[in-house]
Design a protein around this ligand. Structure first.
Ligand code: SAM
Length: 345
């Protein structure tokens, strides 16, 4: 029978969440942590994970098929190299908290039809911003696990131009403050975020040994000032949470905080002007609909317009290390030779 490519595409999409759920279940039931200590037969893995043997067998076999685990001829299951590196909680490169957040977002994504009809988020943002402590910790530290993998390269993509004072608005775990302070000599940064988040920020900053360079301040980016005479105001992965009107208010306050030659950096995932690519950002835009009232993915053109309305007369676009992410560098006046890699304004 001839391969029906159309049906292959539709079934791959329709079955897609089975794979994601298998990953989530294996992380949540501790499969990878259990196997981190060495290969196990199914009965021993089941006992260690506290699961019935029959269901464990199904889960482990599916993880082998997904190339997360391997199975020896003796029937012993072991973590594959990627799982051992990325899915074991104790691993230095772990992304387990981030995977747990993606698993949580299965619920709001399940309400996407309602979100599309109402135009409103289906999960309250305060849940993950402090009301549910465990969720907030997974959200903030999970983003850190994910973003710290590319944050150093982002800081490298931009020249310091003598910047000494940075404010990291909605800085979360301080991921980018840490990266910039590690790359730029003599830089100090202030992370502004909600009170429930700051203990988590302090813990990552202390782990990075940067307590002397990075301070934290409890603040609300809808209303608070971001300081004065600031060389760099960073808004990383923040504005997609907000409506154009709210984003403009935040950008205006960022502009007001700048020194004469200061820069506002807007970092995140942007849609191409066609709005139909990159694929990831078209989906990120739907995710924003379910999670953040008013939030959306912007095109570079839309964000540039908002930055100009906020008084940033010159905007330069720098390709960020993460595929589909960009860094928009806004200044009041044009600077020459600002950045090492750029696509022009
Ligand atoms: C998606 S995270 C980005 C964190 C970090 N900038 C990064 O790029 O990894 C958004 C951050 O905005 C913060 N945030 C949300 N609402 C806020 C508000 N009203 N005032 C200050 N920060 C807020 C959240 O706590 C969270 O740390």
């Amino acid at each position: 029978m001839a391969l029906d490519l159309g049906m292959a595409q539709i079934s791959q999409l329709a079955f897609g969440y089975w794979q994601a759920q298998t990953l989530f279940a294996a992380v949540r039931t501790g499969v990878f942590d259990t196997l981190a200590k060495g290969p196990l037969t199914v009965d021993k893995a089941a006992a260690a994970c506290g699961l019935p043997e029959d269901s464990t067998l199904r889960l482990l076999d599916a993880c082998v098929a997904l190339r997360l685990l391997t199975r020896s001829v003796d029937g012993e299951y072991a973590n594959g190299p990627h799982a051992q590196r990325l899915l074991v909680e104790e691993s230095a490169e772990t992304v387990t908290r981030w995977v747990k957040v993606m698993a949580r977002w299965y619920d709001p994504w399940g309400g996407i039809t309602q979100a599309l009809r109402d135009g409103e988020a289906v999960e309250e943002r305060r849940l993950r911003l402090g009301d549910d402590e465990e969720y907030a910790a997974d959200f903030i530290l999970g983003m850190h696990e994910y973003n710290s993998r590319s944050a150093g390269a982002l800081a490298q993509a931009l020249s310091q131009q003598g910047a000494a004072k940075m404010v990291d608005v909605g800085g979360g775990a301080g991921t980018y403050s840490i990266a910039f302070c590690e790359q730029w000599q003599g830089l100090s940064s202030e992370v502004i975020d909600l009170p429930a988040v700051l203990p988590l920020t302090l813990s990552t900053v202390a782990r990075a040994g940067l307590d002397n360079q990075i301070q934290v301040r409890a603040g609300d980016y809808y209303t608070d000032r971001f300081g004065s005479d600031v060389d760099v105001v960073l808004l990383s992965n923040v504005l997609h949470q907000e409506s154009p009107q709210a984003a403009l208010g935040i950008l205006r306050r960022a502009r007001a905080a700048l020194s004469e030659s200061g820069r506002v950096l807007v970092h995140g995932h942007f849609l191409e002007e066609t709005r139909t690519a990159p694929l990831f950002t078209t989906l990120h835009n739907l995710s924003a609909l379910t999670l953040w009232n008013g939030g959306r993915s912007y095109t570079v053109g839309e964000m540039t317009d908002l930055m100009r309305q906020a008084g940033l007369g010159h905007v330069e676009v720098v390709q960020a290390p993460e595929v589909s992410a960009k860094l928009l560098v806004g200044t009041v006046k044009a600077h020459h030779g600002a950045d090492r890699s750029h696509e022009g304004a």
